[in-house]
Design a protein around this ligand. Structure first.
Ligand code: NAD
Ligand code: TYD
Length: 349
């Protein structure tokens, strides 16, 4: 039986990847290895509790002994590595946590894969999920391609860049069959409300100020999380070893345009007077080292493997907003406790 170890499967993107693989490939055994940090939530996968091909293991990739034991027990043929510290603002307040999880954790996982696979690399795959933020910041023109020089500017992107380099080094030095993808900003259900879109939806719901960093003209390329999961499925099965694939939504928005769109959608869905939520928009101090623009050229993935996004921004944003309105209990649960402390520290006047 083909066994895949997915790290970080209880997080935002990981939970969509786990669900896709468990339901689409009943013949595979899917093991979700997650430390359940503040960002990991088993509620995201409660619908899979009874799936016979799904296994959850609480484990920390920074702990090589624990990792070795889990790998030994499950003997995975494939690894899809998503576990990470993922929020830029947290990386500014605590860079070391990002080095530990994203760099050291990735190297531990590479070592564990080498150890368990030895010389027998046939049918094996180490898939490293990364971000477009490793390429740095664009001006008004141009796109990131797979050839763009690495130029990370936040502790988060620097840690992801370092992990990408290690993954490539293990391909060249040890012939580990790796593949890497670098994706643009994701959105969709189960996104932790420290990131822009779910934070704004949550604040509109609660009639709280909507914090926009700097002038609000920073630009991101937004991808529907289920399209990212489909891209990962495609690349896991058909991507070429040693290659990198960029994944993007071809869907650029300035932050201010995105937030006003969400305001208008929520006014409509909540039956509020048009314009109510826009009044909550508040410009706040900028993020240090804030990257101006990200935009992906995903033509390699489209031309080589035939993947392209399946939903328009209008459909994706509407479904996302509706999911948060239908799942208020999920939101209430994740914003209780430690979230309050984080929020008051991050958005202190
Ligand atoms: P997330 O923060 O929602 O989830 C991360 C998951 O990793 C959580 O479940 C957490 O418990 C787990 N984790 C953290 N530290 C761990 C450790 N030491 N050991 C085991 N598990 C640990 O992140 P996400 O947004 O779902 O991102 C997943 C991956 O995709 C990351 O590698 C990120 O860099 C990459 N990525 C994210 C985006 C995005 O827009 N969110 C875009 C491109 C790439
Ligand atoms: P974020 O969701 O943190 O993703 P990333 O920084 O990885 O792209 O932020 C998306 C954009 O929104 C980014 O330009 C920063 C901005 N932003 C705000 O303006 N206000 C906020 O409260 C947050 C969290 C982000």
């Amino acid at each position: 039986m083909h066994t895949i170890l997915i790290t970080g499967g209880a997080g935002f993107i990981g939970s969509h990847v786990v669900r896709l693989f468990v339901t689409k490939y009943p013949q595979y055994r899917i093991v979700n290895l997650d430390a359940l940090t503040y960002a990991g939530n088993l509620e995201n996968l409660s619908d899979l509790d009874t799936a016979p091909n799904y296994f959850f293991e609480k484990g920390d990739i920074t702990n090589p002994t624990q990792l070795a034991e889990i790998m030994q027990r499950f003997q995975p043929d494939g690894i899809i590595h998503l576990a990470a510290e993922s929020h830029v603002d947290r990386s500014i307040s605590n860079p070391l946590a990002f080095v530990e999880t994203n760099v050291l954790g990735t190297v531990n996982l590479l070592n564990a894969a080498r150890h368990i696979w030895g010389e027998n690399l046939d049918g094996k795959r180490f898939y490293h999920v990364s971000t477009d933020e490793v390429y740095g910041s664009l001006g008004e023109e141009g796109y990131f391609t797979e050839e763009t020089r690495y130029d990370p500017r936040s502790p988060y992107s620097a840690s992801k860049a370092a992990s990408d380099h290690f993954v490539r080094a293990y391909f060249h030095t040890f012939h580990l069959p790796v593949v890497i993808s670098n994706c643009s900003n994701n959105y969709g259900p189960n996104h932790f409300p420290e990131k822009l879109i779910p934070l704004i939806i949550n604040n509109i719901r609660q009639l709280k100020p909507l914090p926009i960093y700097g002038d609000g003209l920073y630009t991101r390329d937004w991808l529907w999380v289920k399209d990212h999961a489909l891209a990962i499925d495609t690349i896991y099965h058909r991507g070429r070893s040693g290659e990198t694939y960029n994944i993007g939504g071809n869907n650029e928005w300035t932050n201010i345009d995105l937030v006003t769109t969400l305001c208008d959608m929520l006014d409509e869905l909540l039956g509020r007077t048009p314009g109510t939520s826009r009044q909550l928009i508040t410009f706040v101090k900028d993020r240090p080292g804030h990257d101006r623009r990200y935009a992906i050229d995903a033509s390699k993935l489209q031309n080589e493997l035939g993947w392209k996004p399946t939903v328009t921004a209008e459909t994706g944003f509407r479904e996302t907003v509706q999911w948060y309105l239908d799942n208020e209990a999920w939101l209430e649960d994740v914003i209780s406790g430690a979230y309050q402390t984080y929020y008051s520290g991050q958005y202190a006047p």
